[in-house]
Each structure stands twice: as C-alpha cells, then as structure tokens.
Ligand binder design. Structure first.
Ligand code: KIV
Length: 277
C-alpha cells in the first residue's frame, strides 16, 4: 500500500525541524519535499505547506544550464541557499554540499558545512554517498550540524557510472544500498534521500530505517517524496524521466507570455495610455 493511503490525519508543525520529520515518520505521516534555488520560488513552496525545501545542486542543471551538477561551487550554493532561506518560514531548509566541498577530508567538509549554516542560514546539509562518506558525516553531525544522506543515483558520481539509469537493479548492488543505508543511519543522518532505485527495494529500506527515507524515482513506499521543482512545473524540459509528474506546464505558458509581450511591443500595443504616466 502506498504510504499516502496509510495516513489520514496530519500534524501541522509550525516550524518543521529534523525532529518533526522523525515524528512524522513515527506517526506514518508522509513527508513532502521540493527543491528551490531562489527567494520567490522558496516563498511559494513554503506557503503551500511543503515540509522540506532542498537547495539542490541540481541548480547546476536547472538554473545554471550545465549538463551535470559537477561544476557547481561552494560560493554558488551559498548564494542559492541564502536567498532560499530568506523566503522560508516553516519548511526545513537543507542545502546540498557541492561536489568536492566534502570529499577531500572530514575537516574541510566540516568547515564547508559550517559555512552553509552560518553564512546561508540553512538548517541542515545533504551529502551524497554511502559507507565511504560516514566518517565525514560523523564529523559534521558531532558538532551539531544535521546531515541528510543521498543514496542510489548520486548525480555527483555521474562520470563513474556514465549513465543516469535506475540503480540497484542487481542483487549485489541492492545489498550495497541496504548496507549503505544502515551505515548512514549509524553515522547519524536525520534522513536519507534515495534516488531512482526499484520501488520494492526503496520500500524495504524505508521500513527498516528509523530515519525518514525520502524518495525520488523510488516508488510510493518511501516515507516522503521529493521532486525538482523545475521538473514538476514543466519549466525544465530537456529530458522528462518517468518518475517526474508534471503538475503544470509553466515552461510553455511562460514562453507564450514572452512571445505575446514581444508582439505587443513591436506592434506598439504595449504600453497603453493606462499603463503610462
Ligand atoms: O540536487 C537535487 O535536486 C537533489 C534532488 C534530486 C534530491 O539532490
């Protein structure tokens, strides 16, 4: 049964914290999450009652126009995160640590995670990777910075895998994923994002984990769901993975609006006298 059908009531948290997410999991309440990269979008998402807003390094693709998330820098993530945090009152704001901001060593990772909290006012950071990243997670969590894990399809490793295809379809890789989820939990993460893995595996991991497991392309059995806002709004249309449901076609609506504006300006129909001083 889908998680959504299990919970009929919903506790309204005035401010969502890492603790609220744990309480939601315990109560069988589904966690909602979306990405944001700027102030206005963050404000709209927050007002809609979404529980968690991730400042994803997907910014590299859906805002900055790169092919991957790899080029995104610490300074860029600090900028996106700070403007998002200013637009949010209720949701928990989590920032992605960009590629190479946490892989070199735990001390450097801690310094960069600290910058996210101090300079950008986010409330938690997200790191990609399993067992291998656990010493770094411990170092960050030990000083009081909440960490969210990210398993399955980990876009920062795209050049290692060479494809964005579904992960953990083979039993060996599924075992590694189960082990990684346990290791992340032991290292102290407050939640785990699990991306593009078979639905049955994600359901099993969600059941086993004490912390919330938030799926993207991981089926309905997770404790919560996240999507990239630009994908679900139909603004980012370079590709359309099957796990993305389009809740709006804002890309084409925006394009039509731009074309109508250009036509009106060229025809001398904008601005009118009413729109002038
Ligand atoms: O960067 C991002 O937007 C993410 C989500 C896909 C979970 O990590």
């Amino acid at each position: 049964m889908a998680k959504q059908h299990e919970s009929s009531k919903r506790t309204v948290h005035r401010k969502v914290t890492t603790r609220s997410l744990l309480q939601m999991k315990a109560a069988g309440e589904v966690i909602t999450a979306l990405t944001a990269y700027d102030f206005l979008m963050a404000e709209l998402i927050d007002r809609s009652g979404i529980d968690l807003i991730l400042v994803g390094d997907s910014a590299g693709m859906v805002v900055q126009g790169y092919e991957t998330t790899i080029p995104v820098t610490m300074e860029q993530m600090l900028y996106h995160s700070a403007v998002v945090a200013r637009g949010v009152e209720r949701a928990l704001v989590v920032a992605d640590m960009p590629f190479m901001s946490y892989q070199v060593n735990p001390d450097e990772a801690l310094r960069n995670a600290g910058r996210m909290i101090k300079e950008a006012s986010v409330e938690a950071v997200k790191l990609e990777g399993g067992e291998v990243i656990c010493p770094t997670i411990r170092r960050i969590v030990d000083v009081g910075i909440p960490v969210m894990g990210h398993l399955g399809l980990t876009p920062q490793s795209i050049h290692k895998f060479g494809t964005y295809q579904v992960r953990a379809t083979e039993p060996e890789e599924a075992d590694v994923l189960r082990r990684d989820a346990r290791a992340l939990e032991q290292a102290g993460v407050f939640a785990i994002v699990i991306e593009k893995v078979p639905a049955d595996l994600a359901r099993e991991i969600s059941r086993e984990a004490k912390v919330p497991v938030i799926g993207i392309g991981a089926g309905p059995g997770c404790d919560g769901q996240i999507l990239v806002s630009q994908d679900m709004l139909g603004i980012y249309t370079r590709f359309h993975p099957r796990f993305v449901r389009r809740y709006a076609e804002l890309g084409s609506a925006m394009q039509t609006a731009f074309e109508r504006y250009a036509k009106d300006v060229r025809a001398g129909e904008f601005p009118s006298l009413d729109e002038s001083y």
